[in-house]
Design a protein. Sequence first.
Length: 308
Amino acid sequence: ESTVINTNVKQKDPNEALVIAVTTRAIFNLEEEHKLYLEKGKEEYTRHQQANQDKTLPPGTAFAFIQAVQHVNEKILESNPAEKDLFDILVLSNNSPESGVRIINSTKHYGLEISKFCFVSDEDSTQYLKSHGVKLFLSADRIDVCNALRRGVSAALVFEQEVQAPSTPLRVAFDGDAVLFSNETDQVFQELGLEGAVQYERAMEAVPMGEGPLKAFAMHLGKIRKKFSQEESPIRTYLVTARSGQDMGIRAIKTLREWGLAIDEAFFMGGAPKGPILAQIQPHIFFDDGLHNIQGAQDVGVPSAWVP
């Protein structure tokens, strides 16, 4: 692994910061380059990247999210210049450092506050996530994401899509079951249908749900969120779940309360499509375990990340 430290950026303390790792294909649109890589191989790809190293890459799916995160850091430091609990962004890349020059140049062009670039030649680059203290990993490679989740790191798969121009505050939307919460109720639903799931939830109402793959990330996000008053917060969080409010909403709300996780708004869709509500919220990123929901989000131009 070869790590390039970005000296233009104030380095954060990984023990304190909320470290987010993004792959190059998550943050930039590299579809053409990736196709070249798959069809012509690594040599040809490297040659192309070196020849085009001064040509800025277009933004990818996670780009607006990273920009919005950066704005939160600015707000935190405005109110307390000594604050250590900040977002820290690193880029994890399977590129060689030579072909990575274009990536570094592109992040500088957009003024992205990336603190480190890790160029990893190993097959499984996710083995480095824990040593960097990563709390959220976004990748365009499904195997990467599954490996990260197996290692106990919150992770999600981003699909290539056009992303709107960024705006503030940072808006993050989560699905409930199998994302924030464990998939226990989903399993009951598969076995016993909706009626069975509703009965199960009523019986379990007082028992908090198990932790889902993105709980750790959501909790740290919530911790940063608490530094601000409701009105002044540069972060807004949303729960957008297929659960219905009256039958299955209570346990979800109680679980969040038990965890001490303040969600700004909760939408209980009762199985209705999530697209229209997401179009209204316009989150910088939406996490869901259902591919039909991801598709619905993409249809309304919302950057989405799948938690397999």
